[in-house]
Design a protein around this ligand. Structure first.
Ligand SMILES: O=c1ccn([C@@H]2O[C@H](COP(=O)(O)OP(=O)(O)O[C@H]3OC[C@@H](O)[C@H](O)[C@H]3O)[C@@H](O)[C@H]2O)c(=O)[nH]1
Length: 352
């Protein structure tokens, strides 16, 4: 009896154990399948992710590669960024201030001085000057650009001063005659004061307009001019005349070394398209196929001066041919100051 009871008990226990073991085995099986599934989905995810990443990477590469090339080009251009500059010894290298150095004439002068190996400081208020005219020097160790109006005093240490700051074309200087007067009088006084303080030599960019409406042709330096002190051009004419007077007063009284250059009607690269002077006006009108406008009777004369470090093109002869086709019959002397040829067609010069 007892043994039977013990046997039943033992079989009951083993059945339970079996069930337990079976249960554990099932659980282990499910867990392993689950694990595999998780593993598989992880691997799948990873490969999708990797695939995606690869695609994105190749896309990025596609976009970045041309940019890299551009950067390489830029880096190359940085190394050869500046026009060639001569080496000057400490003794020969001058510290030079160019007022109005971002203007049409001033920027060519800046180029020359920089290429000669000097240290150049350009001061400009950008009324008619443009940063673009000197941008090829920005960052060069010998170059400095200061946004400053010469009507305000300037404190700087220099050996030479080229004073060109002033609007030069009639529409520009007549735009604000009082400002033109201030620039040429107070401005010149300030740079002369600076020249005196630091012992610098100064060159004033004067103008043929100091002769006013001259009665003598061509004008020689000893001609005193024929200026209307209250006429529409007086702010510039008289401004420059008093600027010259100041230079010579500083020379006589203070011993400042001065030079005066009377510049005539200039034209050349970097001249503003809307400068308003005759050469740019004519070129603009010709390029637009419009009649050229001659103010007044058309009998006035001017001496023109090409400004650039590069030689003047032969094509530009004042009041003459602007553009002409090869077989044009109007070429040469037949093209008069009263007519010009544009793309083979005779155009009339209109009198205003
Ligand atoms: O479209 C135009 C422009 C000008 N002109 C005439 O061409 C002549 C030249 O005039 P510009 O406007 O070029 O300038 P100007 O010669 O009078 O003065 C210029 O030259 C000397 C420089 O020092 C001065 O800074 C500048 O103003 C003037 O007789 C003017 O009346 C035209 O016939 N048509």
């Amino acid at each position: 009896m007892l043994s039977q009871a013990l046997l039943r008990l033992a079989s009951a226990v083993s059945r339970r154990r079996m069930k337990l073991l079976l249960g554990i085995a099932l659980l282990a099986y499910v867990a392993s399948i689950w694990g595999n599934l998780v593993n598989m989905s992880f691997l799948l995810n990873r490969s999708i992710q990797e695939n995606g990443e690869l695609k994105i990477e190749s896309k990025i590469e596609e976009i970045v590669e041309p940019l890299r090339e551009k950067i390489r080009d830029l880096e190359k251009s940085f190394t050869q960024k500046y026009p060639p500059v001569k080496f000057l010894s400490e003794k020969d290298r001058k510290r030079i201030l160019v007022t109005g150095g971002a203007g049409f004439v001033g920027s060519h002068l800046t180029d020359k001085l920089m290429m000669d190996g000097h240290e150049v400081t350009v001061v400009d208020n950008f009324f008619t000057g443009r940063k673009r005219n000197v941008e090829h020097w920005i960052g060069h160790e010998n170059f400095e650009l200061i946004n400053h109006d010469v009507v305000e005093p300037l404190y700087i240490e220099v050996d030479q001063i080229y004073h060109l700051a002033s609007p030069a074309s009639p529409p520009n200087y007549m735009y604000n005659p009082i400002k033109t007067l201030k620039t040429n009088t107070i401005g010149t006084l300030n740079v002369l004061g600076l020249a005196k303080r630091v012992g610098a030599r100064l060159l004033l960019a004067s103008t043929s307009e100091v002769y006013g409406d001259p009665e003598v042709h061509p004008q020689t330096e000893d001609y005193w001019g024929h200026v209307n002190p209250i006429g529409p051009r007086a702010c510039y004419d008289e401004g420059k005349r008093v600027a010259e007077t100041m230079c010579y007063a500083y020379m006589k009284q203070e011993g400042v070394e001065v030079r005066v250059a009377r510049i005539f009607n200039t034209f050349g690269p970097r001249m503003h398209m809307n400068d308003g002077r005759v050469v740019s006006n004519f070129i603009l009108q010709a390029l637009q196929g419009e009649p050229l406008t001659v103010y007044g009777s058309g009998s006035q004369t001017r001496a023109f001066q090409y400004v650039s470090l590069i030689k003047a093109p032969r094509l530009l002869q004042p009041y003459h041919l602007v553009e002409c086709s090869r077989d044009c019959a109007l070429k040469g002397p037949s093209v008069t100051t009263r007519s010009y040829c544009f793309k083979g067609v005779r155009q009339k010069i209109h009198l205003k």
